[in-house]
Design a protein around this ligand. Structure first.
Ligand SMILES: [Fe+2]
Ligand SMILES: [Fe+2]
Length: 178
């Protein structure tokens, strides 16, 4: 591979098919409102859900699983619609309860299949003890953790670099004064 050239993990056709699976959801106010909330660092809940949904969709398509359910359930899996960083507004034990809240919100706005319901409800497994009953829900649960770890690494990495820069500045300022 030529230096500096990144491997393309998906085709334009993949992106088109993914879009067709979630087109109606994307038009909704509920899904659009996820853009207002931060998931981790600089990643919005909407961006997090899109990436989890797309990666799960690609995996399911490759292995002949229900990629439409993966795309739709993946997009709706964190439709809890509040700022989970805010102790005043967030649900107590957010980690345990937000899948149920997301499912309720999704059911209020869309007509869901059993598989989509299962994906949303079980995406925090194994934290929420009862295991998923379909393979697609395991895939979303896996990519949710992969994407979350990445977002957290970027957030913490950025904060650590800022702290290092601050330390460097403080050190050289102290040195200049001596
Ligand atoms: Fe979640
Ligand atoms: Fe998530």
């Amino acid at each position: 591979m030529a230096k500096g050239k990144r491997k393309q993990f998906f085709s334009v056709q993949d992106a088109r098919e993914f879009y067709l699976c979630i087109d109606d959801l994307l038009q909704s106010e509920a899904v659009q409102s996820m853009k207002k909330f931060t998931q981790h660092g600089t990643t919005s809940t909407f961006d997090h859900c899109i990436v989890v949904a797309f990666r799960s969709f690609l995996f399911c398509k490759k292995f002949h699983l229900d990629y439409k359910a993966a795309a739709r359930g993946g997009l709706l899996h964190d439709l809890f619609l509040y700022d989970w960083h805010d102790k005043q507004t967030r649900s107590k034990l957010h980690g345990f309860y937000h899948p149920g809240i997301a499912l309720k919100n999704a059911e209020n706005s869309f007509s869901l299949t059993d598989k989509e319901r299962e994906i949303i409800k079980k995406h925090m497994w194994p934290l929420t003890v009862i295991p998923p009953t379909c393979r697609e829900a395991y895939i979303i649960s896996y990519y949710d953790k992969v994407c979350t770890s990445r977002e957290v690494v970027v957030e913490w990495g950025g904060a650590l670099l800022k702290a290092f820069n601050l330390l460097k500045t403080t050190k050289s300022e102290t040195r200049d004064k001596i």
